[in-house]
Design a binder for this molecule. Structure first.
Ligand code: PMV
Length: 336
């Protein structure tokens, strides 16, 4: 058995929001996506996870936000720990405690931050020393988007081509300070439905049944290239329209899935319409919206416009709260 740390290890990881989405895998067992994706890691929000392998423990104990987990959420953590135990030759049950400093049920992506934090804490506790790249590869197996939460700033997760997934990991493109004026207004809407189908299952339903999926795959690489170039040039006029097109493409394949996947509320749709009308009225790309598999909407804009855009969107009926977030740093170990 490897020299595991009896004190355990604590790791912290942030959520991220995808500007180019991951939706559909070519290999579900290895979580290998059809297309590369690109995200912004968000500041301030984080999952913090402590893992301790315990020779006196018979089964894994998983405590999420103070409550003992059961059923599928616990099983997903146990399956992930099994991979780490096998890789580290540490055949011990673990005590896992994880909490988010943002409400899990808010619909903000807690699976990305959660599995990135679990990957870091579990591997260190098991005595494995993984590079950030290897950690990204491992986190991917818990939740695809977690591969990107290892890194800060603007992050690309490359789909890779190899069957074993060895070239399928995220890498940082630009650091968190690359574009200081860029802000993400996160609009939390009232009555956001709790996800009824897990993303991993929902996306495969899209792959099987949406007639629009093939076209999406043909177009997404071009959008990825455009997003990368626009971020590199810090150019909102190029970035915001393509981010909205990409979001519309994601929503189109969800809505044409059978049975349809509808993540938005009337308020979410009103936000999208308001951003379009704002851009039209000003004759420039003032803001760009995106959303994931949930009802809350992220609206990117530049700091000088943020107050005005926020004022306009926060007024819409059903908007509960607005957070103003900038790109933030990646995952990190926390000293106990
Ligand atoms: O990482 P998962 O399995 O929760 O899937 C996330 C998929 C989206 O959030 C909709 C898109 C993305 O790239 O983050």
């Amino acid at each position: 058995m490897r020299a595991f740390s009896s004190r355990g290890a604590t790791y912290e990881a942030p959520p991220n929001i995808a500007l180019v989405k991951y939706w559909g895998v070519r290999d579900p067992e290895r979580a290998l996506p059809y297309n590369s994706s690109l995200s912004v890691t968000l500041e301030r929000l984080r999952s913090r996870t402590t893992v301790r392998f315990d020779p006196d423990r018979g089964t894994d104990r998983v405590v999420l936000n103070g409550a003992e987990a059961t059923g599928p959420p616990r099983e997903a953590v146990v399956r992930f720990l099994d991979r780490v135990r096998a890789a580290a030759s540490v055949p011990l049950a673990a005590d896992v405690r994880s909490s988010n400093n943002f409400p899990t049920a808010s619909g903000l992506a807690s699976s990305a931050s959660g599995f990135a934090a679990l990957a870091g804490a579990a591997t260190i506790a098991a005595g494995l020393e993984l590079s950030p790249r290897a950690l990204s590869r491992l986190a991917r197996l818990g939740s695809g988007s977690a591969s990107r939460s290892i890194f800060g700033g603007f992050v690309e997760w490359r789909a890779g081509t190899r069957a074993d997934g060895s070239d399928c990991y995220a890498r940082p493109l630009f650091g968190p300070d690359h574009w200081p004026e860029l802000v993400d207004l996160v609009l939390l809407v009232e009555g956001a439905p709790v996800k009824s189908v897990r993303s991993a299952e929902a996306m495969q339903r899209t792959v099987r049944t949406s007639p629009a999926y093939r076209r999406r795959l043909e177009e997404v690489t071009g959008r990825l290239r455009a997003v990368r170039a626009a971020i590199s040039a810090r150019d909102p006029d190029r970035l915001f329209p393509v981010v909205m097109d990409e979001c519309d493409s994601f929503r189109e394949v969800c809505e044409t899935t059978r049975p349809p996947l509808d993540y938005l509320t009337a308020t979410s749709r009103a936000i999208l319409a308001e951003v379009r009308s704002l851009n039209r009225a000003e004759g420039r790309a003032v803001a760009g919206y995106t959303h994931d598999a949930g009802a809350h909407v992220h609206v990117f804009t530049l700091a000088p416009d943020a107050r005005r855009v926020r004022g306009r969107l926060a007024r819409l009926p059903g908007v509960r709260r607005t957070l103003l977030l900038r790109p933030g740093p990646g995952a990190r170990t926390v000293d106990a």
